[in-house]
Ligand binder design. Structure first.
Ligand SMILES: Nc1nc2c(c(=O)[nH]1)N[C@H]1C(S)=C(S)[C@@H](COP(=O)(O)O)O[C@H]1N2
Ligand SMILES: [Mo]
Length: 425
């Protein structure tokens, strides 16, 4: 059905229910038969005073939204210090993740580091080893960019089969924020890279001030490209749990490299091969050999509504199917949605032209016939890459992997509107 045909029927439906509220027409499940006291009676909130402006100097969401919170999966990690929680992506719209409900991943807990106590060292193969204070960093030219940060383990529990019943848990190790910071290139040039010689085979080793230090090696080419030393997210200071006062932003690359509480950047002539890039964050293939240096997060998408935590709550008729798509290689160019487990596809509408290496919102404005659906989304990015099915991914990667599962997700939507995490072959 094309848009020209779809639009009038949607308008007719909405007009029908609006007229019914006034009592003149009674048609459709959404129509109230009795006069609506919310329309006919004066309500408290309109006849008394609200809260004064000084009551909440820094705001939290209204109490009616108090289920829109980070959640964890208790059996996943042994304790909450070295753990993960998940973004409630089933309940958000648009693309920006508020810091207050963005997923957190700490290896040794979230530390409290003040700006006066903050130092950032650049050492190793540089002309002049430097130590910056927070105030020093604020004197370099700043940039603003929106990027997604996805833990490589996102969707990792789903390799062997459908497991977690909620998009928050299957896909919620992701957030998308507008960062303000100084480009890493600027700081490296301040220290001078002459001493490093040919930059082609050089690396930077980045580490955090927390006990885990979460050290990672990054090839110089990426370090000089789009990496940011960031101190603001969504306009405000980074929250403690996201690395206050300074974190590294490594656009399109796995979240583990986004070092929080950034304390040191060493220019080296080889990769350090730290724990986080050997025993962790590598991908064991079917033959037991591990892929390493799998930094880029490939194109991926998922339907956030309807989904197990966001069932359909209305009857047949107009409905909006919505979700998120992203690619570590650049922009999302197209997202398709299937209602029949991948047999037929419709192209979704992008909320707006997506930023590079950032979440893109998509919508399919459609009609629900009240029947069961096997809902899927499939993303394409500017390189022409198409998000694979689970079967395609397993063919290449086997079933030993945890990280980098970007396969197509299926939700089984039932006639009562509830949805369940399933796998289709
Ligand atoms: N210093 C430090 N940086 C860190 C971590 C950490 O434990 N310590 N965890 C990493 C991992 S595995 C991920 S996925 C991201 C998560 O960032 P977030 O907590 O802001 O969501 O931070 C990365 N940076
Ligand atoms: Mo991670």
């Amino acid at each position: 059905m094309d848009d020209a045909l779809k639009a009038p029927s949607r308008r007719a439906f909405l007009k029908g229910s609006a007229a019914a509220v006034a009592g003149s027409v009674a048609a459709g499940a959404a129509v109230a038969a009795e006069p609506d006291p919310l329309i006919t009676e004066l309500q408290d909130w309109a006849s008394s005073l609200g809260e004064g402006v000084d009551e909440t100097p820094y705001g939290l969401p209204i109490k009616y939204e108090d289920d829109v919170v980070r959640r964890n999966v208790p059996w996943l990690t042994a304790d909450p210090i070295s753990s993960i929680n998940f973004t409630p992506i089933h309940a958000l719209d648009g693309t920006i993740t508020p810091q207050g409900c963005a997923f957190e991943r700490h290896h040794s807990g979230a530390i409290e580091l003040s700006k006066p106590d903050y130092r950032l060292m650049i050492n190793g193969l540089v002309d002049q080893e430097l130590v910056f204070t927070y105030a020093d960093l604020e004197r370099f030219p700043r940039e603003n960019h929106v990027y997604f940060c996805e833990c490589a383990a996102n969707t990792g529990m789903e390799w062997a089969g459908a497991q977690l019943n909620g998009v928050q848990f299957t896909h919620g190790m992701i957030h998308n924020m507008e960062y303000t910071g100084v480009s890493l290139r600027t700081l490296l040039n301040e220290a001078g890279l002459g001493a490093a010689g040919d930059l082609k085979d050089k690396w930077v080793y980045v580490e955090g001030a927390d006990a885990s230090s979460n050290g990672r090696s990054i090839p110089m080419e990426k370090a000089l490209d789009d990496v940011l030393v960031a101190f603001k997210a969504n306009g405000e200071a980074l929250r403690k749990e996201h690395g206050y006062p300074v974190r590294l932003v490594v656009p399109g690359w796995e979240g583990n490299m986004w070092v929080k509480w950034l304390r040191r950047i060493e220019v080296t002539d080889m990769a350090v091969e730290s724990r986080e890039e050997t025993s962790k964050y590598t991908d064991v293939l079917a033959d037991g050999i591990a892929r390493k240096w799998t930094w880029v997060m490939d194109a991926k998408s998922v339907i956030t509504s309807p989904s197990p935590q966001s069932p359909i709550t209305h009857g047949p008729g107009p409905m909006v199917i919505s979700g998120l798509a992203w690619s570590g290689h650049g922009q999302i160019t197209r997202v398709d949605v299937s209602k029949d487990g991948g047999m037929t596809w419709e192209t979704a509408r992008l909320g707006r032209q997506g930023d590079t290496k950032a979440l893109t919102r998509f919508y399919l404005d459609t009609e629900w016939d009240g029947e069961e659906m096997l809902l899927q989304a499939r993303a394409m990015d500017e390189t022409g890459y198409v998000q694979p099915t689970k079967a395609q991914l397993r063919e290449v990667r086997g079933e030993n992997s945890i990280y980098h599962n970007n396969c197509i997700q299926t939700w089984h939507v039932k006639t009562n509107g509830e949805a369940e995490n399933v796998e289709v072959s």
